[in-house]
Design a protein around this ligand. Structure first.
Ligand code: NAP
Length: 385
């Protein structure tokens, strides 16, 4: 059967739109996705010049002629576009997604999905009303490593999960950045570590605790405690720490920062009854994990290593699950999921569904409330200075 072809419109020509589009147009066979195909039909920018430049710089020469450069509105109105990818700063996600849905397009929107849960609820309701597919671009969830880590933990071999520690932090040297225009620190652009980097610790926490077989009903967290160190120049968070608890499953301690570099050895640590699993750096695109079994808790383990049916049972083992080179950076796995869902008439992805995005967004809302965040969205709606 011929692969299902999905026709994309790209909104914005910045860093992540460039990366996403480069990966999108790679041959799906390079990642064993032989049932789907992606084609870029339109690129939208605040400047027509930038859209045209993007098409010639990012798309392979044989695809350039078929792609139209123009404004965001022209992309939404383009009848050849099935789905729109939104790669604008956080505080524009709501407005851009709203416009795309109103124009009858399916949407894949960058993380964080919206500025707050109220915006997300409106988008979710609109997508449902219009019978359109909607997903947050949480690409890591679709990487080989994500499935492998879940398989290792959910196999039950190491007992129940007790605690998860997850971090993503970089020193971006905020004092050197423009406080009005740099999206990482500007209040009006929803700056700070939580909204930009925080989605990644939450990727692992959601996959390990929320999707845990022990959370049979997929209940939301029972408590959220947040703390922020405020970056005085703009009122956004310089460093954030939040503790999320799933009753009957386990506790997560999440951290993020834009003023210090994280420990590269430990971006995610999962403590289980029978051992510890650590996920390789970086939190957003790891390619391996390490298991250190706890011999005392292992039925088949022998602390001395002798007479053991499985001599490796006690040993620390690293497991590799790379994104193949032919898949580029790997932002295309999520696009394959979008294509399959749309092909099959689904309005949301099971693996990256809207209820889970809502939980993450609600956690961020709560942490900002408790932490005294002063950034606001583009409409000046929330907590603006
Ligand atoms: N999934 C990931 O790994 C990942 C990585 C990085 C970023 N992101 C997310 O993607 C979004 C964009 O991040 P980015 O790093 O690509 O940002 P960026 O390089 O600054 O690009 C953002 C683009 O949005 C458009 N834009 C519209 N209004 C704007 C405004 N007022 N100020 C600045 N740009 C505006 C611009 O494109 P035009 O001029 O063409 O309109 C700009 O180039 C963020 O929400 C971020 O969280 C995701």
């Amino acid at each position: 059967m011929a692969p299902f072809e999905l026709r994309w419109g790209i909104i914005a020509t910045g860093g992540i739109s460039t990366q996403f589009t480069k990966d999108l147009v790679l041959d799906p066979a390079g990642r064993d996705a032989n049932d789907v195909k992606h084609i870029v039909k339109a690129v939208g920018s605040r400047s027509k010049e930038s859209a045209d430049k993007f098409i010639s710089a990012v798309l392979p020469s044989d695809l350039q002629e078929g792609a139209q450069g123009g404004t965001y509105e022209e992309v939404f109105a383009n009848p050849e576009v099935d789905v729109v990818y939104i790669g604008t700063p956080h505080t524009y996600h709501y407005e851009n997604t709203m416009d795309a849905l109103n124009a009858g397009k399916h949407v894949l929107c960058e993380k964080p999905f919206t500025f707050d849960v109220e915006e997300l609820d409106e988008l979710t309701a609109l997508a449902k009303k219009k019978n359109l597919f909607l997903m947050e671009a949480v690409w890591t969830r679709f990487h080989p490593i994500a499935y492998a880590v879940q398989d290792a933990i959910f196999s039950g071999k190491y007992g129940k999960v007790k605690r998860v520690f997850a971090d993503l932090a970089f020193n971006i040297e905020p004092d050197k950045l423009d406080a009005k225009t740099n999206r990482m620190i500007a209040a009006e652009l929803g700056g700070g570590g939580l909204l930009d980097l925080g989605p990644y610790p939450m990727v692992w926490v959601m996959m390990i605790l929320h999707q845990n077989p022990g959370n049979k009903e997929r209940a939301p967290p029972s408590s959220v405690k947040g703390h922020m160190r405020i970056y005085e120049r703009t009122g956004v968070d310089a460093s954030s720490t939040w503790i999320v608890d799933w009753k009957d499953v386990g506790t997560a301690v999440c951290t993020t920062s834009i003023e210090t570099q994280m420990n590269l050895e430990r971006c995610v640590t999962v403590q289980m009854e029978g051992g510890e699993l650590t996920v390789d750096f970086p939190t957003f695109r790891p390619e391996g994990y390490t298991i250190t079994p706890k011999p005392a808790n292992r039925e088949d383990a022998d602390p001395e290593g002798e007479g053991n049916a499985n001599p490796d049972a006690n040993k620390t083992q690293h497991h590799s699950h790379p994104v193949p080179e032919s898949a580029g950076r790997g932002m295309n796995y999520q696009a394959d999921e979008v294509a399959r869902c749309i092909r099959d008439g689904k309005l949301e992805s099971e693996r990256c569904n809207l209820a889970e995005s809502r939980i993450v967004q609600s956690v961020f809302d709560e942490v900002r409330k408790q932490g005294g965040y002063l950034g606001g969205n583009a409409k000046g709606k929330a907590g603006t200075r």
